[in-house]
Each structure stands twice: as C-alpha cells, then as structure tokens.
Design a protein around this ligand. Structure first.
Ligand code: DQA
Length: 156
C-alpha cells in the first residue's frame, strides 16, 4: 500500500559555452547532432526513467553559476557539460560545492585523449562522477547514473 505520492525527480541539465553550435562545431570531435537533438534524446530518456529534465545552455560563466544556485529547492541533481569552463572555472566548481546537489560531469569527447590543457577538470572533485568520450550518449549515461544515484540515496 502506498499512501504517499511518488516523488518525481527533477534534473537540471547545464550546457556550457559553444555547445549551442553543436552540429556545425568540429563535428569530427563533437559529432553531428545539434543541441536541440541532444535535448530531445535527454527528454526521451527522462520519460523512460520517469523523471523530469530541464535543459539550459549558456556561454556565460555567471549565468551558469546563477543557474546552479537557483537549482537549490528546484531540482534534485545536475548533469553538467561545462565545456571549456571545465578547465578554467573555480566559480562553477565552488557553486556546485556550495549548493551540495549531486552532480554528474559529462563530455562529448574524451578529454583525456585530447590536448594536455583539457586533462584537468576543476569540477571532477565536486561531482559524483564523470562520463567522457561517448558523444551524445555521455549525456544519457550521465542522466541514468545520476537518477540511479538519487534513487539509491533516497531509499537508504
Ligand atoms: C567538452 C570538452 C571541452 O574540453 C571543450 O572545451 C568543450 C566540450 C566536451 O563535451 O567534449 O567545449 O566539454
């Protein structure tokens, strides 16, 4: 017997700088899917998992920081591809640590097979985990992993 309503998990999906150009941006590295197509795949996966996803793309560090702050009380977790800010932004790292929401870092490309400057992630130490190198699948795997993490956390 279930007396309480099931809780629908809400996940914020953040896309950082230059990801609005997916489809035309270095397709050999990032694939041919547009951001709209990736968001549609995320919505389909969310439906299968019976969760809600809210995507947001910004080219501005402060906007991403604000979105992370506003996630508090609105969302249960965050999937983030911070793009180049992954390798530069202490502010985004600190925002994730400050709100203390479970986050999963994703990258379309395998950042460890690329230039040396992409090998370090400021986010890696504050996220639950990282998925890198599977193209658009990285987002879907990241969403699945985060939902599983949240469901395990809420059942224990
Ligand atoms: C990226 C990898 C970053 O190094 C790069 O700056 C991006 C995209 C990826 O998804 O592979 O903008 O995060």
């Amino acid at each position: 017997m279930h007396n309480s309503q099931p809780r629908v998990l809400s996940i914020l999906v953040l896309h950082g700088p230059n990801l609005n150009l997916l489809g035309q941006r270095e397709p050999g590295i990032y694939g041919s899917l547009t951001l709209t197509a990736i968001n549609k795949l995320l919505a389909a996966t969310a439906e299968e998992l019976e969760v809600k996803v809210v995507p947001l793309q910004s080219n501005h560090e402060g906007t991403l920081v604000d979105a992370i702050h506003q996630a508090l009380g609105q969302h249960h977790g965050i999937v983030i591809n911070a793009g180049a800010y992954t390798h530069t932004s202490v502010a985004i790292r600190d925002a994730i640590a400050a709100v203390n929401l479970p986050a999963v870092e994703v990258h379309l490309s395998n950042i460890y097979r690329r230039e040396e400057f992409r090998h370090h992630s400021y986010l890696a130490s504050v996220v639950v985990g990282q998925i890198s190198g599977f193209g658009a699948q990285s987002y879907l795997l990241g969403l699945q992993a985060l939902v599983h993490h949240l469901q395990v956390a809420s059942s224990s």
